[in-house]
Ligand binder design. Structure first.
Ligand SMILES: [Zn+2]
Length: 645
């Protein structure tokens, strides 16, 4: 299987280079004192993107462009990118000489320069000019950095600081006083001694191997794991990590944690899904499904392959420790909380926003997982290999992807996309058995709209069990089966391979529904009064055993709403009520203290605010990551605004 895919990839690669990728020859100078980056060199304008005597270039607005190959005119700015037009009096030369420079760089998202380090990536915003319409780059990058700094960048390092990129991608770099540890397929650029890093690199190699089998050959050569300090990450927008072709740049705090398989498998999944192949430019069908959802599928598969079936099942149900295992977790529980809060949407044409991103990660990852179960792992792999080979370094439309599955799934599969992607929701099944002579009558029921699902049903006896497979269709599916033992228990979908409601998921989701609806209303300009009345209704009818912290979350919601209305006293009371509930959520608690401190500050109660911050820092130290460090940062920032004692 591997050999034909590899040759197919190279065929596509050579056509892709001559088609979409722009060739560069660049000298990149980093000057820490001036906090500046200067990029000087040439770019070859692809033939199909040359229009007579001018060309338009897209450049991050922090940079200014000058050229000796014509006149550069600054055009409109949108989303942090400025469009420049280079005009020549005669026909535009094929090669444009330019300098792109930015000085006094600070508070820029994923762009940083100071005395200790510098980094950025064009995956965020282009830090060197991209020809409008071109999506990838190749060429040579020579970095000029102060003595003692080491540069990490894509491609092959021909000599120190000089990188040759012959695979189409978007350039990135990081420079700092790095120690470089080299593993088999990956290297780490670290800022301090990290005795466990060799083990981490071996795990990254193992994930790359699993995902290569799943998606096709890994295209970017040596993989680089790059550390940046917490202060630098804070200056550059407060990110935890960012991925580019062939790398992950991550803040020190996440390297201090034990290796997180789910996190790395997700990020490495993006090497194929968004870097190698992306959704067709300017199309909306399939938005998020080929990047975030597929990366999340990579994460689920990575955990299954490296840590086994039990870990994978836990992940599907309730999330993976240390990887967004919060209320929005990338798992069934996270999806059902959104659904209970009235925030579910069909996945087919997700708009660009945070809610879509969440749905793509929790339900979208599941969709690919279930599709693999439906068509079989081997066929699923073959189809994905074919897609990445045919569309490498380019894009693909959602309909082409669906077409590939319909053509090669081995059976009719349109229904799968209709029920899981074209409409919102998920099924809820129940099972019932009745003895009829020597046979057992097994009935699976579901409310409308009906789902087709291949369900495993475990018929358990005292010391033996029998597994039955039932494919559901309408309201009721009945099967007769002979079992040679006395039935003790019937368990539907024992390993939770189908995304479906359960009584426990209902209880869990209902407890958080008012809170998620409030967060959405506050964040997206929704109806706050409606959210408040929903929260009050829930508070009046709490379940007798508050297992899932419904009171805590709902009091917190009401506090947030009062805070928005600047009703500081009412807000403080709701936060106090949340803090004093017996069941609380560790990852949310630091934020409640934070908001409580903010309300007290507004009330002029500086001592109360200090106490809340101090309690919040304790709660943050006991909270899971990354919620803990994020809360620590914001609590410390609030403390700094209080008057000195
Ligand atoms: Zn992602």
């Amino acid at each position: 299987m591997l050999r034909p895919s590899v040759s197919a990839l190279f065929l596509v690669l050579s056509t892709a280079v001559s088609y979409g990728a722009t060739r560069y020859d660049l000298d990149v100078t980093v000057t820490p004192l001036a906090r500046s980056i200067s990029v000087t060199g040439t770019l070859d304008v692809p033939r199909e993107l040359r229009h007579g005597n001018n060309v338009t270039l897209r450049l991050r607005s922090a940079f200014a462009l000058t050229t000796t190959s014509g006149t550069a005119t600054q055009g409109t700015e949108r989303g942090g990118i400025t469009e420049w037009t280079v005009t020549s009096t005669a026909e535009l030369p094929q090669q444009i000489h330019f300098t792109a420079a930015a000085a006094d760089i600070h508070d820029q998202s994923i762009l940083h320069v100071d005395a200790e380090s510098a980094f950025t990536t064009a995956n965020e915003l282009p830090w060197y000019p991209l020809v409008t319409g071109a999506t990838t780059s190749v060429g040579v990058l020579r970095f000029h950095v102060p003595d003692g700094m080491v540069v990490a960048a894509p491609g092959t390092e021909r000599r120190r600081g000089e990188f040759v990129v012959d695979v189409p991608l978007l350039f990135w770099f990081a420079a700092a006083h790095y120690t470089v540890i080299t593993g088999e397929k990956s290297s780490a650029y670290v800022l301090k001694e990290r005795p466990l890093i060799t083990g981490d690199l071996a795990r990254i190699d193992a994930i790359l191997q699993v995902l290569s089998r799943e998606f096709g050959p890994y295209p970017y050569g040596h993989f680089r794991l790059v550390e940046v300090s917490r202060a630098a990450a804070q200056d550059a927008g407060g990110f935890n990590a960012f991925g580019s072709a062939g790398s992950i740049v991550t803040r020190s705090t996440s390297l201090d944690q034990p290796f997180n398989t789910a996190y790395y498998a997700h990020e490495l999944g993006h090497q194929w899904w968004s870097n190698l192949v992306s959704l067709r430019w300017n199309t909306t069908r399939g938005n998020y499904l080929l990047d975030e959802a597929m990366a999340q599928y990579a994460s689920m598969r990575g955990v299954e392959a490296l840590e086994g079936d039990d870990a994978a099942e836990r992940y599907r149900r309730t999330g993976y420790p240390g990887f967004h295992d919060d209320l929005y977790c990338y798992c069934a529980a996270g999806y059902f909380r959104l659904a209970a809060a009235g925030l579910d949407r069909p996945l087919l044409e997700l708009p660009d926003d945070a809610l879509s991103d969440r749905l793509a990660r929790n339900k979208g990852g599941w969709i690919w997982y279930m599709l693999r179960e439906e068509v079989g792992p081997e066929r699923f792999r073959q189809i994905l290999h074919a897609i990445t080979a045919a569309h490498a370094f380019g894009d693909v439309s959602w309909d082409e992807v669906v077409g590939e599955f319909r053509k090669n799934a081995g059976h009719e599969i349109q229904w799968f996309f209709e029920q899981w992607i074209d409409r919102a929701g998920a099924p809820e099944f129940s099972v019932e058995t009745a003895r009829e002579g020597d046979h057992l009558r097994v009935t699976v029921r579901q409310p409308p709209p009906y789902y087709r699902a291949a369900l495993e049903i475990e018929l358990r006896g005292a010391s033996t069990l029998q597994t039955l497979r039932v494919t559901t269709s309408g309201a009721e599916t009945t099967t007769n089966v002979a079992i040679p033992f006395r039935l003790v228990e019937t368990v539907l979908d024992p390993h939770y391979r189908i995304l479906r409601w359960t009584p426990q998921l209902h209880a869990q989701a209902d407890a958080a529904a008012a809170f998620l609806a409030t967060r959405q209303a506050l964040g997206a300009g929704g109806d706050i009064d409606k959210a408040a009345s929903r929260a009050r209704t829930l508070l009046a009818a709490l379940p007798p055993r508050d297992t899932y912290a419904a009171r805590f979350l709902t009091e917190y919601s009401l506090g947030l709403i009062e805070l928005r209305k600047k009703s500081w006293r009412e807000a403080a009371e709701h936060f106090a009520a949340a803090i004093s509930t017996p069941t609380r959520l560790a990852e949310v608690l630091p934020s409640v203290y934070l908001r409580s401190a903010a309300a007290m500050k507004e009330l002029g109660n500086v001592e109360g605010a200090r106490r809340a911050i101090s309690d919040g820092l304790s709660a943050a130290s006991a909270a899971p990551e990354p919620a803990g460090s994020e809360a620590t940062d914001t609590l410390e920032a609030l403390a700094a605004t209080l008057p000195a004692r």
